[in-house]
Write a new protein. Structure first.
Length: 118
C-alpha cells in the first residue's frame, strides 16, 4: 500500500497510508493538510495535532489497543517535536525506540528475562 510522508515544518515525522490520509482529509481532521500525491502537513502545535489524529484513528477503529501511553515523536533529523499515543504509531509510520532487559542472578545459574508488554 502506498504511503505518503507525514511532515511537520518541512521535516518528516512518519507516513500515512494514502487511502487513510484521504479519508482523514475528507472527514475534516483539522490538524492535517495535503493534496493527493504530496506530503501530509501536520499543522499547529504538534502534540495537540497528533492527539486529534489519534482520537480520529481510535474513533474509526484504526488504532491498536489504547494504552494511555505517550511516546516521543521526532523528526528524521532526531529533533523531538511532541508526543502521541502509542496505539497509533504504526498507522502514522512514527519510529519508536525500545529497550529489552535481561539479567543473571549472581552466583547462580538463574536468568531473568523481561516479559514483553502486550
Amino acid at each position: 500500500m502506498w504511503r505518503t510522508p507525514l511532515v511537520f515544518q518541512g521535516e518528516a515525522i512518519g507516513s500515512i497510508a494514502e487511502p487513510l490520509a484521504e479519508q482523514m482529509l475528507q472527514e475534516g481532521v483539522d490538524s492535517l493538510r495535503g493534496l493527493r500525491g504530496e506530503p501530509m502537513q501536520l499543522l499547529g502545535e504538534p502534540s495537540a495535532g497528533l492527539a486529534e489524529i489519534a482520537a480520529w484513528l481510535r474513533g474509526h477503529g484504526y488504532a491498536a489497543p489504547w494504552r494511555d501511553e505517550l511516546v516521543s515523536v521526532a523528526t528524521s533529523g532526531g529533533r523531538i517535536i511532541g508526543c502521541v499515543e502509542r496505539a497509533v504509531v504504526r498507522n502514522l509510520g512514527i519510529a519508536t525506540q525500545a529497550v529489552q532487559l535481561h539479567g543473571c542472578v549472581q552466583g547462580s545459574d538463574q536468568y531473568w528475562l523481561q516479559q514483553r508488554v502486550r
